[in-house]
Design a protein around this ligand. Structure first.
Ligand code: GLU
Length: 491
């Protein structure tokens, strides 16, 4: 298995790309790169009613963002195009006609009303759903009557009434379906568009797809496809159905479990490298324990043998943890570059733009350790940029302290700081540490009070480094404000 590997990601633009879609894209991409094959993107836009404006762009953007570049498909073209099914209608019509001529398909004139009635009756009788083959054996006379009535027919596949359709799924092993459980499904709709089944099979054949890696939900479509391949005399690709993705409560992954759209993760400030690593582990593993795996290693080690048959669990906590790991591993410059758009967007409007690059550069090392997402960055650094801090003055009074002690401590600290000639981490430490002892306070108590005074928060980056970045003037101003806040009766 080398250069003849040709796989495709075939999304339907009926919504924004979600975690499941992109996991499928990633596995196809990894498989193609591992075997030195081709990764093709094909847009399955045959459902005109469910088509969503902007979905194609969102899908392609997500792929690009994750670095899952395609060898053939929209924008890049290729030998087997067009790669939008809506531009291939003629081909599907020809194939459908050929199937009718061969006796493998037939025109069905049943009205939507008749089909609805049939379905209701099936439900009432607790029968499995499916077309009752009403038009399967129409005589030529009956057919021309229907034509004369001006009814536009659909084309249905003439599914064999008996026998079995077995196949070897590369992940699940031998799978067998009884043909009698498959109805005469539609190939060509009355609006002239093919169904997923027809277009998918025709294109996988014409685009010389060697392996179909797709979500488990399509498993029951595979026997339909195989029967179609057989009727057309095409040799089918190999199939591998990827396990479902469930939420932590083991129900189907949905909005309830947090964001499911890849675009949202991007907006929340997850790094593309995190998403690739995380999605790769949704159903595949290197060795059941390694969590952090580089894209190169994923490509080197990816194999269908290590794709699990059982459902994968989407663990949001693990995703946050992993994003923290990737954020910490970025160079400071890279981190700053990536955080900048989030800062521009997320800091209050009152903060002057553009943000001063040198000042930003000094701040970023202080929070790189703590950020779990890029979208958290503005909140973590807001106090560096805003003029006024807004906090409850009671926060200034630490454990075992009272208003008077706190006031005194802040006053003393202010005096010490004002005297400093150089204002950096070391000089701050050298006066403030002894001050705590002099005041009979624990360092934690004094520093806690100062932290609130300087940042307005009880948790913040290291205090002295923070103060050094803010500068002497600003620190003194904020201590003054704190003293005023303390002196004012609590509201
Ligand atoms: N258009 C289908 C989808 O949206 C493709 C399924 C397949 O890969 O065959 O998932």
């Amino acid at each position: 298995m080398t250069s003849q590997v040709r796989v495709r990601f075939a999304p339907s633009p009926t919504g924004y790309p979600h975690v499941g879609n992109i996991r499928t894209a990633l596995f196809n991409w990894l498989f193609s790169r591992h075997w030195g094959g081709s990764f093709i993107v094909r847009i399955e836009d045959t459902d005109v009613v469910r088509k969503v404006e902007g979905a194609v762009e969102a899908i392609l953007d997500s792929l690009r963002w994750l670095g899952l570049l395609w060898d053939e498909g929209p924008e890049v073209g290729g030998k087997h195009g067009p790669y939008f099914q809506s531009q291939r209608l003629k081909t599907y019509h020809e194939v459908a006609e050929r199937l009718v001529l061969q006796g493998n398909a037939y025109y069905c004139y049943c009205s939507p009303r008749r089909l609805e009635g049939m379905r209701a009756e099936q439900v009432r009788r607790k029968q499995p759903p499916g077309y009752d083959r009403h038009c399967r054996n129409l005589s030529p006379k009956e057919r021309s009557q229907k034509e004369d009535e001006g009814i536009t027919p659909v084309v249905r596949f003439k599914t064999p009434l008996e026998g079995k359709t077995p196949f070897n799924d590369l992940i699940r092993g031998e799978v067998v379906f009884e043909n009698r459980a498959i109805d005469d499904y539609v190939l060509l709709k009355s609006d002239g568009y093919p169904t997923y089944h027809l277009a998918n099979v025709v294109d996988d054949h014409l685009m010389q797809i060697s392996h179909v890696l797709r979500a488990e939900e399509w498993l029951s479509s595979t026997p339909r496809h195989l029967l179609l391949y057989q009727a057309l005399g095409f040799s089918p690709p190999q199939f591998a159905h990827l396990p479902m993705i469930l939420g932590s409560d083991r129900s189907k992954l949905s909005k309830r479990h947090g964001a499911v759209s890849i675009t949202e993760y991007r907006e929340e400030g997850y790094l593309p490298e995190t998403m690739v690593n995380f999605l790769a582990l949704l159903g595949w593993s290197l060795d059941d324990k390694t969590e952090i795996i580089s894209p190169k290693e994923l490509v080197d080690k990816f194999s269908l043998e290590r794709v699990s048959k059982t459902a994968a669990i989407f663990n949001k906590d693990k995703l946050s943890w992993m994003n923290g790991v990737y954020i910490r591993s970025l160079s400071l410059d890279d981190f700053t570059q990536r955080a900048l758009p989030f800062l521009e967007e997320g800091l209050p409007a009152s903060v002057k733009r553009p943000l001063p690059p040198d000042y930003v550069k000094k701040i970023m090392p202080l929070i790189q350790e703590r950020a779990k997402t890029l979208a958290e960055v503005p909140e973590l650094v807001r106090f560096f940029f805003t003029q006024e801090l807004d906090y409850d003055s009671r926060l200034l009074i630490g454990k075992g302290m009272n208003q008077e002690v706190t006031f005194g401590a802040l006053k003393e600290a202010k005096a010490k700081i004002a005297e400093l000639k150089t204002f950096d981490t070391d000089s701050l430490e050298s006066v403030l540490r002894p001050l705590a002892a002099g005041l009979g306070l624990k360092t934690g108590q004094l520093f806690g009070t100062l932290r609130v005074a300087i940042t307005g928060q009880t948790a913040a980056p290291p205090l002295f480094q923070t103060m050094a970045v803010l500068g002497k003037e600003k620190c003194l101003e904020r201590i003054n404000d704190a003293l005023e806040n303390l002196a004012r009766p609590a509201s």
